[in-house]
Design a protein around this ligand. Sequence first.
Ligand code: FES
Length: 165
Amino acid sequence: MNIEYIKEKRKGEIADIISRYPADRKKSALLPLLHIAQEENGWLPVDAMDEVADILDIKPIEVYEVASFYTMFHLKPIGKYVLEVCRTGPCCNVGAEELIHYLEDKLGVAVGETTADGLFTIKPVECLAACGTGPVLQIGPEYHYHENLTREKLDQLIDELRRAN
Ligand code: FES
């Protein structure tokens, strides 16, 4: 696996981000630096998180804790499109869980897994702040929202994304 180290590659940007915070609170730059590490690698390998810890003079465990808390960070390689289905209460009440199972059957992978063609990863996430129009799907990397989701809409979206490749 090739790791894209960020310290030298994005030196100026990192220095600018860190300079926004008091010198004794460098850790406050953790989220933006994790975004940079993920942009460079497509996901967050342990080595990349360790580099972020080194840059910020904090323990690697502090980085792992934050990276594993937020679903926007990927701790495993992902497909070209990440299908993030909201699984919080209001969306579950209108069928989100059933649609997640439908996606698993349709794509032949379980949640957290990526299809063999490298196109799709299914990732259940918490509330996407569109609770009135659930079930809601967000598709990364562009993070477009698809609301009032149905099986038919999912079929259409998957077909469109497959055709685009
Ligand atoms: S509960 Fe699904 S968007 Fe809020």
